[in-house]
Design a protein around this ligand. Sequence first.
Ligand code: MTE
Ligand code: MO
Length: 520
Amino acid sequence: MGDPAVRTGPRLSASVAVLTALLGLVAALAAGHLVGAFVGPGSSPYVAVGNSAIDLTPTWLKDWAVSTFGTADKQVLLGGMAVVLMLVAVGAGLLSRRSSLAGSLVITVFGVLGGVAVLTRPDLGQLAILAPLASLTAGLVAFRLLHARALRAAEPVPTSTEGGADRRRFLVGAGAVAVGAGVVGLGGALLGNTRDAAGSRAAVGRLTVTRPVPPPPAGADFAKLGTPTFLTPNADFYRIDTALVLPQVKADDWSLRIHGMVDRELTLTYDDIRNRGLVERTITLCCVSNEVGGPLISNANFIGVELAGLLREAGAQSGAQQLFSTSADGWTCGTPLDVVLDPSRGALLAIGMNGEPLPVEHGFPARLVVPGLYGYVSATKWVTDLELTTWSARQAYWLQRGWGRLGPVKTESRIDSPTSFSTLPPGRVVVAGTAWAQHTGIKKVEVRLDRGPWREAELSTVVSKDAWRMWQVALDIEQPGTHQLTCRATDESGYTQTEDRAPVLPDGATGWHTISITTR
Ligand SMILES: Nc1nc2c(c(=O)[nH]1)N[C@H]1C(S)=C(S)[C@@H](COP(=O)(O)O)O[C@H]1N2
Ligand SMILES: [Mo]
């Protein structure tokens, strides 16, 4: 049986117990953040657990998260983790009103979880374990110290002066932990900033392009009618990746290794690439997770070197089937090698985007871009390693999760204006939108009102078969009421978009984009 003194001894009020546990949590997070800033951006245990959660998320749940929260899914995950941690701390505090044992156990379990997450990250070295260790130690020390002081303050005391001193000692300790965690956490954030890639990107300066593309012609979009601008500004370019914190790779630290089934292994530095003779190419990138009518597509002038040229220099061996690329954060991608090696394809190792060095969120210092393939099989950001190999030897990140191997972009079109469910006066309505069939080109877009005949739309000036095109058509919608507008594209191969609806998994959605409008 337990010591009866434990049962009858001092007991913390619920609020003091919860405060003690929450301060332990704050101390743990701050210490992990600071040490994490030293050993690498993803080694903060909080971030590592989040990254592991992303990698362990089943595809259906990931799809649901993306379709519900869009590109804010990562903020939602981090926020959700914060709420869970806080609830756990509240529970641990309430279980620790007499003894600190339960709280210490909970802290230890979570510390070990953080350690496992950090150790199993593909992109973190062994040293990264220091971050969760710091978290565990700081959490345990802060919690147990405050708990002991709180217990002493809660003891029935002979004189009121001593009780006051004990209470003061607890409050001073609590204040010290709170302030200390703030300082340490802020220190971690500042240190993280000095180690980030933005400074390195700023120092890159202007990229000298040997073969630039001219500015887009005036008729390249119908932005005045509601389509996107032909070139997507970098700040508006859609972003998709599994990185909870952006990989921070400095140009000076970066190198690209080309190896595997090659005659000569190559290692290239940033200067090697930027001095190779940069070309510029207009390429529309889109995500396989883009639903019919969805926004996960953008177009930019990418600046880089010919990927095929690099691989020829390394000497691709016969039998090699895929270009297996790895990013600084351990994400992997498999691209069909014949597509990459085809000189007419124009695959790039890109270091620039719309006249600037690649933005950090789009892969600084370097990424791959392959016209006509979805991003998940072609567009590795923060790329550091290219291995020529077979399909059976290596399985890339999304292939392991049930997505298709080849990933050619499907011909699609989208209505941008009017927007779905808008109400318009009856009469003339200009319908405008976007169509894409990267590396094939768009030949025709047709629009239909309700079940009426297809009407051919006017297309924007063609710039490149690798880029999207905009379209517009004026329709007379006299009858008041609800109407359906549908569009479909035909590409330069003669293929007309199928009406059959396919989901995004495993290799991209199909179907006609239809919207509802009301005239009144
Ligand atoms: N390192 C890394 N590269 C990546 C990804 C990723 O998760 N990690 N996602 C890919 C996917 S699915 C797409 S659609 C494109 C998106 O590129 P963007 O964010 O520049 O638009 O990047 C690709 N490259
Ligand atoms: Mo994607």
